[in-house]
Design a protein around this ligand. Sequence first.
Ligand code: NAD
Length: 365
Amino acid sequence: MSFLCCGSSDSKDLDTTAVNVTRKVETVKSTNVTMAAPIKVVVTGAAGQIAYSLLYQVASGAVFGPEQPVYLHLLDIAPMMGVLEGVVMELADCALPLLAGVLPTANPEEAFKDVAAAFLVGAMPRREGMERKDLLSANVRIFKEQGQALDKVARKDVKVLVVGNPANTNAFICAKYAPSIPKENFSAMTRLDQNRAQSQLATKLGVPVQNVKNVIIWGNHSSTQFPDASNSVVKIGGGEKPVPAAINDDNYLKTTFVSTVQKRGAAVIAARKMSSALSAAKAASDHMRDWFLGSGDRWVSMGVISDGSYGTPRDIVYSFPVTTSNGKWKIVEGLTISDFAREKLDLTGKELVEEKQDALDVCKD
Ligand code: NAD
């Protein structure tokens, strides 16, 4: 296992601290011959709060499975290299058998080299009272640069999950500037919204959270998103029931449920004075795990490039219900869209079209 020092693109740059944290440990292969070869996984914003929870999950096997070693590439900006060094020390101190090595760096091309999976978390977080649109102009440039770097050095089958906000539009920009990688390999995270929605419904119904499935998040990871319980089902009283029938309160599902999920991020910020981190990291793990290992009989929500399904605008990154298998996602087809839902799907789609245009304008500069 190799732990390199922050900011080193080159072993000759290793300083004393780096030598101290470079630990001589048996390779994963030598401890378990049945293990796969390590895959390289990058996490950006690696010195930040979401990454602090996410890194453990990735390195412990919760995402890529208990037999898949990972080599972690940690990207952050140069002023954060000191903090990142502490994160590298902690990863070493976790003594995780699946962690084949760690490369901390401030250089995107070094970070993205040969990666099979990319968690693009690094961005400026939304602060209290700040609208997501305010973030767009600052953050979209980061994703243009990172798209270009991925295009140059990542594996062509890399799976990219954009967490940094505005996540959908950042994912669109990232894909645009990485034309040699299929657009289907770029996604935006709405899994946190899905998990929030599932949890709200489970609480309302008094059942364990895993008893609720197929709740959908449509559209943008923003306050225009549409959390939709109309197709979800619940295991309750020894059988399976549609959630709307089990709840039997249409008004709740159209009002309180929708607004609670839409505003949950803001509620967490108001309470914590910082944006969601633990739950965001868990959702990022869930998203990538299901993409790599399959979603089974559950629908999951992912921001993916729109093909116009359900009358949504094409060529924006829109959150749909999908199923995943063999590393590919497929939009769930044939759902009935009520007039109520139609209005919501159109509203969030309109916002994404506007965001895309704003982002393209920023990228021209
Ligand atoms: P944070 O401020 O704790 O960490 C962000 C990190 O990104 C910092 O260490 C910062 O130095 C780094 N960074 C900034 N620019 C960078 C760049 N160009 N390259 C690499 N790293 C860079 O923030 P956080 O709480 O971890 O949140 C990260 C992002 O995730 C924010 O944009 C936040 O709004 C977003 N978020 C998304 C969801 C979602 O559901 N999609 C949920 C919660 C938070």
